[in-house]
Design a protein around this ligand. Structure first.
Ligand code: FES
Length: 56
């Protein structure tokens, strides 16, 4: 599913980034520009990030 429609970033993209070491929203922003346009995806992206970090 798309998390960030503006930048076409999916939850899979986010999970892949986390597996490669991303642990913060800033890291996701740097890699995918998440939240750089309308910002509506930030809460959802944070949820995905936090859920994935709990699994590590
Ligand atoms: Fe992510 Fe708009 S949906 S910036």
């Amino acid at each position: 599913m798309y998390v960030c429609i503006c930048n076409q970033v999916s939850d899979r993209d986010i999970k892949a980034s986390i597996q490669e070491g991303a642990t913060t929203m800033r890291a996701l922003y740097k890699e995918h520009n998440i939240g750089s346009q309308c910002g509506k995806c930030c809460q959802c992206a944070k949820k995905v990030l936090n859920n994935e970090l709990l699994k590590i």
